[in-house]
Ligand binder design. Structure first.
Ligand SMILES: *[C@@H]1O[C@H](CO)[C@@H](O)[C@H](O)[C@H]1NC(C)=O
Length: 156
């Protein structure tokens, strides 16, 4: 029984490997998926946040992917982040959003959007953010702030 299973498994492996171009592409995609993109990993911007990023390839296009990750503004306070980027050579043009509502602190009534770029030569990610906080209706005209955050890699 075991031997039959092994033969069937091996046979199907050989069959899928036969059209070499196709299976190489699958291997390449799998490796890229495992390794993530060049900006995957942990980053820190002083006084702002520590973020970790993962990338999900867009099957229909090259150089543009979906970003996911975690935004932490305290060791025990995390929020999901979601975004997109497009890549030119080794530079990444990226943007993502964080909605400040989690189980730990509840709904803070605020959201941030960041856009910026990772410059391969600078090895840092320079972003500008706009943060909107809930205010009383008469203060809606001043419910948003803009700022700059420069993220550098956290080694670990
Ligand atoms: C705006 O929201 C952020 C994130 O929830 C919070 O840290 C900050 O204190 C808020 N600012 C104001 C003025 O409410």
């Amino acid at each position: 029984m075991m031997r039959v299973l092994v033969i069937i498994l091996f046979g199907s492996l050989v069959c899928t490997a036969a059209p070499f171009g196709g299976s190489w592409e699958i291997i390449e995609r799998t490796m890229k998926f495992i390794n993530g993109c060049g900006i995957a990993g942990k980053w820190h911007a002083k006084y702002v946040a520590t973020i970790s990023l993962t990338c999900k390839p867009d099957p229909s296009l090259t150089g543009v992917e979906t970003l996911s990750g975690r935004w932490s503004n305290a060791p025990d306070n995390h929020y999901p982040l979601k975004g997109r980027y497009t890549k030119v050579n080794n530079d990444y043009y990226l943007g993502f959003t964080v909605a400040f509502n989690n189980a730990h602190l509840g709904n803070s009534g605020s959201v941030s959007g960041l856009t910026g770029m990772y410059d391969a030569a600078w090895k840092s990610m320079t972003t500008f953010w706009v943060m909107t906080n809930k205010t009383d209706p008469q203060d809606n005209w001043q419910n948003s702030k803009i700022g700059k955050a420069v993220f550098t890699r956290v080694s670990n």
